[in-house]
Ligand binder design. Sequence first.
Ligand code: AMP
Ligand code: MG
Length: 496
Amino acid sequence: MTTAADTPIRIAFDNRYARELEGLYLPCQPTPSPAPQWLKFNHALADELGLDGAALSSDAGLAVLAGNVVPEGAQPIAQAYAGHQFGGFAPQLGDGRALLLGEVLDRQGQRRDIAFKGSGRTPFSRGGDGKAAVGPVLREYLVSEAMHALGIPTTRTLAAVATGETIRRQRALPGAVLTRVAASHVRVGTFEFFAARQDSTHLQRLADHVIARFDPHVREHPDKYLELLRAVVARQARLVARWMAVGFVHGVMNTDNTTVSGETIDYGPCAFMEAYDPATVFSSIDHHGRYAYGNQPSIAHWNLARLAEALLPLIDTDSERAVERATAALDEFPALYASAWRSAMHAKLGLAPDADPTLLDDYLQLLHGHRVDFTLGFRHLADTLRGQPADWQALFTGPDPRLDAWWQRWHAQCQAPGQPPEDTARRMDACNPLYIPRNHQVEAALDAATDRGDLQPFERLLAVLTRPYQARASDTAYALPGTPEQSFGYQTFCGT
Ligand code: AMP
Ligand code: MG
């Protein structure tokens, strides 16, 4: 057995945020875990990051990822940020139970943050304990890795370790630490923090940092801060279009959970919609459906308006002109979103981006009316091109002449002349996952891990979700939606 002492973990950290942005964070050490144990280590991601996966998955790595040993070169910091939560402004949030350990350059030369979540109190913890529980940590592991496998920009999960500590939530729960990997943890709320304090110096340094990291091509632009806003608008428009195309409901789209990198972040009360309904909400605290599935594009737009406000002093010294220009940048969102969404949805139907738009609109109406599972409603449609319509037909509540008429119209348009139907079906399968994180499966996996220390269901589900497009006979059960009893009133909770 190796020990932390005899195998030091070497990570080539290059901590630009800590180096360049003093005043935007506070140094803070992780709280050691009393009895760390592995839940899961992500070898593929370690490899992508150019890390020594064998060393990191040893006892020495466990000590590091449990917060007991801070590796050389790490510079743990808690980042400051504010945020609009459910529409109301909270001027000081910050990393209350997260720590940025440091940054590395991955194999592609991309800068990636390595951060803990649940590693103990920080100067931003307010009343919180700084901890995370096994269940929510494993939920983030499953859903973030599923999103990645679906090709959706997201933070990733490098590791989940149990701390051996019991934490207090509504009931006593086993504690855990998640290691999150992100292109950056800078949020809309990070900008809001300094804007609210009218601290233009730090605001500008933050903006320059983000430009250097994500938009270096605008560095020399005379209106670089406006260009930064436009770039974030475009990234968020593309991101939310991707969420919509897989039925992902983020659940807590506060501005502190909105990245400037365009990655999905914060897998708290998230869940995937089953029966298609734009009003779908899962979060127990979202009483008014602010973050319902169908509201996500307009909420993203609203969040970007908060970023625009924060950037105003950098955009133009004349405040009226700043507002005018920022508004024009924000006004680009609806068209960018609509075009990203339409082309993603048309691809799901095997249609060209510029195909007759009423085909999609009418299909969504049919899915809604028949309460059809969103994922299977697209996946099984392709099978009708293979002469196997039974699974698709079974999704609908009964014969419907509008459905038959729709299918005829769609069938006439989905295939390029001279192309075999199987080609269209294959193209559709490549953008219509068969396996998504089904809520009842996720809950069963988390319950087994939390209540019985049994990680088998988690492992099995993770393996299914990391290959979402390819049908496998052995995984048939994972493709099915929950039964009405399992799905009725399904709720998720923020209390991670
Ligand atoms: P979230 O709901 O995860 O986006 O968190 C919102 C804010 O609450 C962030 O500032 C978190 O750091 C903080 N927070 C959430 N849970 C805890 C906790 N257990 N201890 C301390 N801070 C927390
Ligand atoms: Mg958050």
